[in-house]
Ligand binder design. Structure first.
Ligand SMILES: C[S@@+](CC[C@H](N)C(=O)[O-])C[C@H]1O[C@@H](n2cnc3c(N)ncnc32)[C@H](O)[C@@H]1O
Length: 289
C-alpha cells in the first residue's frame, strides 16, 4: 500500500510481498494464515503465488475484514484479533498452519479515513481504535483523561519521542482536545521548527497505546506454537523497533521458533524508492521448531 502526494491510497502495494512469497515457498504451504489481512494486498499476492493452498485471513478492523472476499473451502475470513488465532485455526477444520504472515501496524485505508483519527494530516475525531466496536479507550480518552506523566510515558515509550514531557504539558494545558487538529495545534505550540516527524511519532505512540498493540503481539507470539506445525514458517513485517525487538527475542529465545536463514530482510532499494511506506519495514523470518 502506498500513500500518494495527496495523502490518498494509490491501490495496495503490500510491503515485501515477493520476499514473503519466496520465504513461504520453501515449505510448499498447504495452509497459510494472514493475521493482518487489511486491504488484502499480501493475501491476494499469496493466493496467486500458491493456487492450491488454503487461507485463513483475519483483521481486527470490521471494515477491513468485511471487504475481504471469502471463498468457501479456500479462504476463511474472520473479523478478529490475531490473538484469537489458536481457536480460529482449530475451528477451521483446515489443520495446523504451514505458514503465517503478519504485517503489523496500520493500513493506508485506515490512515486515509479522516473519521478514524489516525492521521495528523487530516482533521477528525481523536479515535484511533482499530475496531470501533472494541470497548477500549480512544485517543481522546487518553489525552483528556490521563495524568500528564502517563501521557509523557506513552509518547516516550511507544513513540521514542525525546520531548515527551514538554509535549505532554502542552496537551494537558490545551484540554479538552476534541479533534486531531486540536492535538496538532497543541503539539505545534510546544515545539520549535518543523514538527512533522514528531507529529508522526506522537500519532503512532497513541495508536499503539489505544490498541495495546505490544500486548497483542506478545499474546500472539506466546500462542503461535499451538497452531503453526513443526517446520512451519512465520513471516512478521515490523515497522517499529520495539516490535522488531520483541519478534527477534522470541525467535532467538523461545525454544518454540528459531530464526530462519537469513533471519531478516529489508525492502530492496527499488521498493524503498517507489513505496516510501516500506522504508522502515523489516521482515523477520522464523521457523517453528
Ligand atoms: C499494515 S496493515 C496490513 C495490510 C495488508 N497486509 C495488505 O497488504 O493489505 C495492518 C492491519 O493489521 C490490522 N491489525 C492490527 N492489529 C491487529 C490484531 N491484533 N489482530 C488482527 N489484525 C490487526 C489492522 O487493522 C490493519 O488492517
Amino acid at each position: 500500500m502506498v500513500i500518494g502526494a495527496a495523502g490518498r491510497a494509490e491501490g495496495h502495494r503490500p510491503v515485501m510481498a515477493a520476499e514473503v512469497a519466496a520465504f513461504l515457498r520453501t515449505v510448499d504451504p498447504g495452509l497459510i494464515v494472514d493475521g493482518t489481512a487489511g486491504g488484502g494486498g499480501h493475501l491476494r499476492h499469496l493466493m496467486e503465488a500458491f493456487p492450491s493452498a488454503r487461507f485463513i485471513a483475519v483483521d481486527r478492523d470490521p471494515e477491513a475484514a468485511g471487504a475481504l472476499p471469502a471463498e468457501p473451502g479456500r479462504l476463511l475470513v474472520r473479523n478478529a484479533s490475531y490473538t484469537d488465532l489458536p481457536s480460529i485455526v482449530a475451528e477451521s477444520g483446515f489443520g495446523m498452519a504451514d505458514a503465517a504472515i503478519f504485517d503489523l501496524g496500520l493500513s493506508s485505508l485506515q490512515l486515509d479515513d479522516p473519521s478514524r483519527g489516525f492521521s495528523h494530516r487530516l482533521d477528525g475525531p481523536l479515535d484511533m481504535r482499530f475496531s470501533r466496536e472494541d470497548d477500549v479507550r480512544s485517543a481522546g480518552d487518553i489525552l483528556n483523561g490521563l495524568p500528564e506523566r502517563e501521557i509523557a510515558d506513552i509518547l516516550f515509550r511507544f513513540g521514542e519521542e525525546g520531548r515527551s514531557r514538554v509535549i505532554a504539558r502542552a496537551i494537558v494545558a490545551s484540554r479538552p482536545l476534541e479533534s486531531t487538529s486540536d492535538l496538532v495545534r497543541a503539539v505545534r505550540g510546544a515545539l520549535r521548527g518543523n514538527p512533522n516527524r514528531a507529529m508522526s511519532r506522537i500519532f503512532q505512540a497513541l495508536r499503539i497505546a489505544v490498541n495495546d498493540e505490544l500486548g497483542a503481539l506478545s499474546t500472539l507470539l506466546a500462542g503461535m506454537g499451538g497452531w503453526v506445525r513443526q517446520g512451519g514458517l512465520a513471516a512478521v513485517i515490523t515497522f517499529h523497533s520495539i516490535e522488531d525487538r520483541m519478534v527477534k527475542r522470541f525467535f532467538m529465545d523461545s525454544g518454540v521458533f528459531a530464526h530462519a536463514t537469513p533471519p531478516w530482510e529489508v525492502p530492496s532499494r527499488d521498493e524503498a524508492r517507489t513505496n516510501p511506506r516500506s522504508r522502515s519495514a523489516r521482515l523477520r523470518r522464523g521457523v517453528r521448531l
